[in-house]
Design a protein around this ligand. Sequence first.
Ligand SMILES: *[C@@H]1O[C@H](CO)[C@@H](O)[C@H](O)[C@H]1NC(C)=O
Ligand SMILES: *[C@@H]1O[C@H](CO)[C@@H](O)[C@H](O)[C@H]1NC(C)=O
Ligand SMILES: *[C@@H]1O[C@H](CO)[C@@H](O)[C@H](O)[C@H]1NC(C)=O
Ligand SMILES: *[C@@H]1O[C@H](CO)[C@@H](O)[C@H](O)[C@H]1NC(C)=O
Length: 440
Amino acid sequence: MRAISAAAVVLAVLLAAAAVPCAGKSIFSEDGSATWAIVETIPEGVDLYSEYHTYETWLELIQNAKSSIRIGAFYMDFANGTNYLDWEGGKGVAVLDALIAAGRRGVKIELALNEQVGAVPYSPDPHILMNMGLAEVHWVKWSLVAKSGILHTKLIMTDDENIYLGSANIAWDSMTQVKELGLVFTKSPLIVGDARKVWDMYWYLGAKNTTSLPDPWPAAYNTFFNGDTPLNVDIQGDVMDLFISVDPLQLATPGRELDLTAITTAINDAERFVYFSIMDYGPFTAYEQNNFYFPALDTAFRAAPFNTKGLEVRLLFGVWNHTLCDAYPYLQSLAMLKNVSVRVFKIPDLPMPVQIPFTRVAHNKYLVTDSHGWVSTQNSFADYFLTTGGMSFNVKSDAVVGGLVDKFFRDWDSKYAEDICIGVDCSYQFEPCSSRPINS
Ligand SMILES: *[C@@H]1O[C@H](CO)[C@@H](O)[C@H](O)[C@H]1NC(C)=O
Ligand SMILES: *[C@@H]1O[C@H](CO)[C@@H](O)[C@H](O)[C@H]1NC(C)=O
Ligand SMILES: *[C@@H]1O[C@H](CO)[C@@H](O)[C@H](O)[C@H]1NC(C)=O
Ligand SMILES: *[C@@H]1O[C@H](CO)[C@@H](O)[C@H](O)[C@H]1NC(C)=O
């Protein structure tokens, strides 16, 4: 593992930041009222349009922060952009620079990150910020929660009123070379207050003196908001019912809905359509020593068009060199069913001989039905619902549903998507694939 000295990174940060322009549409309103937006990363060279971008959104959130920046995540990796300045790596450097500037102007920066053990990627960022005295880091001891799994959330909150939650890892390549989708709400303290309860659990689990999982969690972590009693908000005239669901069960305090309940309920309640855009998918665990079959979500997709006349299911899978070879037959079998269509989405390589590791994939994780939007940090192997830490926005709103449907068809009808092969030799479409799953 190559060590990057903090001083070298900071120097590079200061040099590169000036070179990156900040274009794009502001996520904040001029009059300071609440806003919402679907925020995406369209990878370099990919010919799809998005109004709001992960990079500009994160930069704006951080640059505008006045009192606090709280991140809950698998890992945080902006500094490594210095190694890819020709491939938009400067955007990572600019975000790290903005974090340093925020810390220097007195903004409290608190990072709850998965403990750097096992296969968790090492990244210099938290150490840089800690060594500069600009951030407090709590390494979440996931082993206290579950025997396997990781904290896989991707959450940024600023000033207790602005929030990003979505598929993008808190990393330079998630802003540049990986396709991502998340939701942002600004000036929405009730929404952020509810997300904060989940983040506070991560923070607690990362405290030095925490040695066990609280059982039960103190009542302060309970929530009022779930599928039965959602939070009702009106944002710029868009009325929405909203709640945050979580994984796994160990973090579902009283009132808090489990992710698997939220997503299967959304599918079961759909009347006309269910569209799902996801990277890893399969009705089984993939990361256990002894993997097992766990088809709860898969069954919901198969049952919905059977039980509900006229309902159509469309599944769009982001595939790449790391797609589990053994997952393909399950995707193919879905495509055999009446009123279920399946496509694979592939992102072309960069025009360079050696590709950037773990990039060039549709990593977005969302579901949209005729009444429900689910925007998540979670893939869909069973592990994500059973042992992995994640969060999802659940929103019932014509505006959010309409926005997600537009994104879905933009991708479904694009040149990057094609019907999944269900013939005899499908290797042309499925190779290369991988015998080992990765967490992403
Ligand atoms: C960042 O770079 C370091 C040093 O090259 C490397 O060890 C590490 O794996 C990288 N981190 C990520 C998350 O890619
Ligand atoms: C850990 O220390 C903090 C700060 O002193 C305290 O508030 C908290 O209750 C302690 N937690 C445990 C599990 O002892
Ligand atoms: C469902 O499948 C049936 C039989 O193939 C077809 O007639 C119908 O139009 C389909 N409905 C939808 C909503 O796709
Ligand atoms: C995927 O694998 C193929 C064949 O080994 C290789 O040519 C391609 O560059 C890889 N793509 C990425 C993004 O690593």
